[in-house]
Every structure is written in structure tokens, then in C-alpha cells.
Design a protein around this ligand. Structure first.
Ligand code: CP
Length: 310
């Protein structure tokens, strides 16, 4: 890292906003903060006095909890609010909700929403840092960062690796962030899925579209399977889950086409037996739970960097 480098982002909206130096710095920061979670007393005073609001309009297990764990490990005060328990149910607009949260003077608002672009909209209406915890089909930047951290930790590098991303690419914010992130860091990203789940413009995003899963995973260093995002599809896009699993599911035979030490990844939640067979998800190459562990470290790093912890 050059001596002049400075992390200069108040908000975390999209992987596209980050340079290679930014991504390296976030991962480096996360790697150094990871050790805190292994201590018997898992708490440092770094963000003492900071107020962080988790505003989740869509369900979440990993992202919401790991942002909260990350904030608490650095002594910030955290507050959770979900769509079902907020006054959004009484007709309050999102902007009004955000302005009312701002009136309580938080330092950061972490937002998950079903509409693409909401974090970008909110940052124009509040003074707090906005952190995108997943917006529609657009972006899930902290997921891509934790995925890159996991691969770099295991492989020692990102550049030159073959990354195969299989599944519902069109509706997956994880896919969009990962394609941008891994290709920006010099990896060779190959994608495959049903034609109805592959967006236009993949090449512009830095990915190679493959016509079969076998071609995508052949000699890969990483296989990442994605869930079908049924909640973002108006009409059925595949004939049946059984047919999907037989053509696009990552089973043992498919995983064996990759390098023998290939990493098996999934952002979760997994639909076992659909996008991935249980023996692969739980096998020795799987780093799925290590992704979750690194999620806490990456989110600690993001909060630390945007809130200017000392
Ligand atoms: N990977 C991910 O975003 O999981 P959650 O929906 O449980 O947060």
C-alpha cells in the first residue's frame, strides 16, 4: 500500500465505487481485525460512542447479525428496526423514515431493501454513513468483500484465479458484486445458469458466459453456487426445481471437474439439493461457514473505516 493511500469513502454502496487499492485496504483491515473475534473477551473500544442503526426491509440472518456482531465487538451502540415493526406499515415513506432516524443522530445506517438504488437515494437525505446490506438485484458489497477475503485467505491471491459462479445471475446482487469485485482484482470470472437467469451485458461486467456448468467449473479454483431468487421473479423461469438441480446443481461429479483443491462457496441461505448437493456443501472443500466468519471481520473493517475509528 502506497504511503499516500487514504480510504476516502463515507458510504458503502457498490463494489464499483472501490479501486483495487480500496479493496486491498479493506481486506487488509479485515484480516487484522479478525483476530479480535478469537479472543476470550471479544470487544475493543474502537467505536465507543458511535450509534449504528440496522434498517432491514428484507429478511436476513447472516448480514444483519454479522453487522450487529461487528459493531458490538467494536463497542458501538446498535439498534435494529425491520419493515414489519416500523411505521412503514402505517404508510410512512422510506425517505420520511430515514429523516426521522437521522433526527436521532446516528453515525451509520445499514440498509437492506428490495428496491435497487435505495441506499444511493438515502445518502442524499441523511448525514449518517449509509451502508448497503443488499439492494434489490443491484449490489451486496459486503458479501463480495467477505467472499474475496475468504478466497485470498485460502489461495494467497485473487489475480489469475478461475472463479465459476453458477445459478440465478440476473436476480442476484451477490453475483453482480462478486463479478465486479473478482474481475477488478484480476480473477477470471465464468458464469453459467438458465438462459432466463442470465442478464445482458455480462461481458461488460467482466464475466465470461459459459454454455454448460461443466465448462464453467472445469479447472476452476473456486465454485460459487447461488440460490434461485424466487422473491425477485414475477413468472416461473425454470420448469421445475428438480430439472434445475439436474442441469445446474453442483454435485460431487460437477465439483470434481474443478481443481482438486477448489473452494466450494455459497453466500447462503442454501437450498440443499437444488443449487448444491449436501455432500458438496458439507465436504472438505467447502468454506461456506468460513465465509460467515469472515463476514464479521469484513463488516468490522467497513464500520471502522467509514466511522473513522481510532
Ligand atoms: N448472504 C446473505 O446476504 O445472507 P442473509 O440474507 O442471511 O443476510
Amino acid at each position: 500500500m502506497s504511503a499516500e493511500y487514504r480510504f476516502n469513502h463515507k458510504h458503502i454502496i457498490s463494489i464499483d465505487d472501490f479501486s483495487v487499492a480500496d479493496i486491498n485496504f479493506i481486506l487488509q483491515t479485515a484480516e487484522s481485525l479478525k483476530e479480535i473475534s478469537t479472543r476470550s473477551i471479544k470487544k475493543v473500544p474502537t467505536l465507543r460512542g458511535k450509534t449504528i442503526i440496522n434498517l432491514f426491509f428484507e429478511p436476513s440472518t447472516r448480514t444483519r447479525l454479522s453487522f450487529e456482531v461487528a459493531a458490538k465487538r467494536m463497542s458501538a451502540d446498535t439498534f435494529n428496526i425491520s419493515a414489519s415493526t416500523s411505521s412503514a406499515t402505517k404508510g410512512e415513506t422510506l425517505i420520511d423514515t430515514a429523516k426521522n432516524l437521522q433526527a436521532m443522530q446516528p453515525d451509520a445506517i445499514i440498509i437492506r431493501h428490495s428496491s435497487s438504488g435505495v441506499p444511493n437515494l438515502l445518502r442524499r437525505h441523511v448525514q449518517a454513513s449509509i451502508i448497503n446490506a443488499g439492494d434489490g438485484t443491484h449490489q451486496h458489497p459486503s458479501q463480495a468483500l467477505l467472499d474475496m477475503m475468504t478466497v485470498r485467505e485460502k489461495k494467497g491471491r485473487l489475480d489469475g484465479l478461475k472463479i465459476a459462479i453458477i445459478g440465478d445471475i440476473a436476480h442476484s446482487r451477490v453475483a453482480h458484486s462478486n463479478i465486479m469485485g473478482f474481475s477488478k482484482m484480476g480473477a477470471d470470472v465464468h458464469v453459467c445458469g438458465p438462459n432466463t437467469m442470465l442478464p445482458a451485458g455480462l461481458e461488460g461486467m467482466g464475466a465470461t458466459r459459459q454454455t454448460s456448468v461443466a465448462k464453467a467449473v472445469f479447472d476452476a479454483d473456486v465454485i460459487m453456487a447461488l440460490r434461485i431468487q424466487k422473491e425477485r421473479q414475477r413468472d416461473p423461469l425454470i420448469p421445475s426445481l428438480r430439472e434445475y438441480a439436474s442441469v445446474f446443481g453442483i454435485n460431487r461429479a460437477m465439483a470434481d471437474l474443478a481443481k482438486p483443491d477448489a473452494l466450494i462457496m455459497h453466500p447462503g441461505p442454501i437450498n440443499r439439493g437444488v443449487e448444491m448437493s449436501p455432500d458438496v456443501a458439507d465436504g472438505s472443500q467447502s468454506v461456506i461457514l468460513e465465509q460467515v466468519t469472515n463476514g464479521v471481520a469484513v463488516r468490522m473493517a467497513l464500520l471502522y473505516l467509514v466511522l473513522g475509528g481510532d
